[in-house]
Design a protein around this ligand. Structure first.
Ligand SMILES: Cc1cc2nc3c(=O)[nH]c(=O)nc-3n(C[C@H](O)[C@H](O)[C@H](O)COP(=O)(O)OP(=O)(O)OC[C@H]3O[C@@H](n4cnc5c(N)ncnc54)[C@H](O)[C@@H]3O)c2cc1C
Length: 442
């Protein structure tokens, strides 16, 4: 079999990428290091193994997760085809039998006649060999092996490859109470990029009490003994050092005057825009290991966030990913090495379906190019396009992995005032724009 393209990593993203190439008639080499070499989370040699939950989240087309699935189905997603065959009851969520799912994906690829599965660990020497056959897609995921991480660090610059998430929660801009949170930077320097949530002494005390009492997420075995850099220390551990440690550190109020009182607040939690449209804000310096339900409860005690809608919760865990805005060009190509695309969690998306989705696109674009076509990206108003726009957004921020959510869609002109109606309109626009993009797809 003469190979037209190579995909490294047989997880969610790599399996989709290989499928997209194969279904367009191209012979693919799919390289997977398991079972000879395992990651700390995988347990089998199957492709597309789900390492934790068996849920792919909502399948309702009125949610971003459901809209993402709709777009992927229209593009012939293998993940969704196999998921249908091994669905288990999960309410509005698409949940699967994980064993049947992984074996279903493995069999589909092994039996399609176009995919050569090679069980070996990719490293710099092998990559050079494979590149002689054609384009390459790297989809080695959050637990990329050291040999490949070394190669990526050399190809992209080591400061642009991260090995841990230390992520603060992110909220939808429209859910922040602007009668309380005020815009402004410390000492008036730096414009009105930041929003500031001002605490009185009592409010601060109540927040710290709740933070210290809240339940924390357990560590995976392979994450025991993580040594945090000072800048990534979980906020609850900083609070343990002394009741006022946050007021003197992460939440210091210096240089800020609350326009409601004309005085400096006791403490201030700052919010920073996550995207150019300012539809999402992250809580500055609030990286945390609290359980997700606890984060919602505790951070809603912050003045101005009492109704906050969380689109991403804080995490601190093992995760290999690239600084996409600096490293990736259009259609997920490595800027430094255009023959190579990246896909999956490595690109800075978060979640099973988001990882599979970027694999699908990387495979589709590679196939189109091999056919002599010029691939285009889905527009930012679609769910796939909104994720790509997030990866490319040059806004100065602590770039952190993101899942599909309402806050990623560009705002609409003349949007309905009612939240439910606004979201219905966003979903409708996403569908219309996607179908129009699909019609023009070669
Ligand atoms: C512990 C953990 C739990 C998670 N739980 C969830 C969850 O419950 N829900 C959710 O939506 N998301 C979860 N995620 C996040 C993410 O969605 C999954 O990790 C998802 O599998 C990512 O897809 P991927 O294709 O990018 O990577 P993976 O699915 O991990 O696939 C990467 C593949 O590359 C292989 N590989 C690595 N290095 C090499 C190499 N050098 N050569 C050859 N092969 C290599 C690996 O063996 C693996 O098969 C979790 C992540 C982790 C780490």
């Amino acid at each position: 079999m003469s190979v037209s393209a190579t995909v490294i990593g047989g997880g969610l993203a790599g399996s989709e990428a290989a499928w997209q190439l194969a279904r367009r008639g191209f012979e693919v080499r799919l390289v997977e290091m398991r079972p000879a070499r395992m990651t700390p989370a995988h347990r089998t040699g199957d492709l597309a193994e789900l390492v934790c939950s068996n849920s792919f989240k909502s399948d309702l087309e009125t949610t971003p997760a459901g809209l993402l699935k709709r777009e992927m189905r229209l593009l012939g997603s293998l993940t969704l085809q196999v998921a249908e065959t091994c669905r288990v009851p999960g309410g509005e969520a698409l949940s699967v039998d994980r064993g049947l799912f992984a074996s279903g994906v493995t069999e589909a690829l092994a039996n399609c006649g176009k995919v050569r599965i090679e069980r070996t660990e990719a490293n710099a020497d092998r990559i050079e060999e494979w590149l002689a056959d054609g384009p390459l897609i790297v989809a080695t995921g959050p637990l990329t092996s050291d040999a490949l991480a070394d190669w990526l660090a050399r190809a992209t610059g080591s400061e642009r490859l991260f090995f841990f998430d230390a992520v603060s929660p992110t909220v939808v801009a429209e859910s922040i109470d602007r009668t309380v949170a005020f815009a402004g930077s410390r000492y008036g320097k730096g414009g009105d990029d930041y929003l500031n949530c001002p605490f009185s002494e009592d409010e601060y005390g109540a927040f710290v009490d709740a933070l210290l009492a809240a339940e924390r997420a357990p560590l995976h075995d392979f994450e025991q003994g993580i040594r945090y850099f000072e800048g990534c220390m979980p906020i609850e551990e900083i609070a343990e050092r002394g009741r006022r440690s946050l007021a003197f550190g992460n939440f210091k109020p210096v240089g800020l005057i609350d326009p409601r009182t004309g005085r400096r607040p006791y403490a201030v939690l700052q919010l920073r825009p996550e995207n150019a449209d300012r539809t999402l804000y992250s809580l500055v310096a609030c990286q945390t290991r609290l359980k997700w339900g606890e984060q919602k409860r505790v951070f809603r005690l912050v003045p101005g966030l009492q109704e906050a809608e969380f689109v991403r919760f804080g995490v601190i865990h093992r995760n290999t990913y690239l600084h996409a805005p600096k490293v990736l060009g259009p259609t997920l190509r490595l800027r430094s090495m255009p023959m190579v695309r990246c896909a999956g969690q490595l690109t800075g998306v978060e979640g099973y379906m988001e990882s599979a989705a970027t694999g699908l696109l990387a495979g589709l674009w590679t196939a189109l190019e091999l056919s002599g076509e010029h691939p285009t990206e889905p527009p930012a108003e679609t769910t796939l396009g909104s994720l790509l726009a997030y990866l490319a957004d040059p806004t100065d921020r602590d770039f952190a992995p993101m899942n599909a959510n309402w806050g990623l869609y560009p705002p609409m002109e003349q949007a309905p005032r009612d939240k439910g109606q606004r979201r219905t309109a966003l979903a409708h626009r996403a569908k219309v724009r996607f179908e129009s993009w699909l019609r023009d797809l070669p």
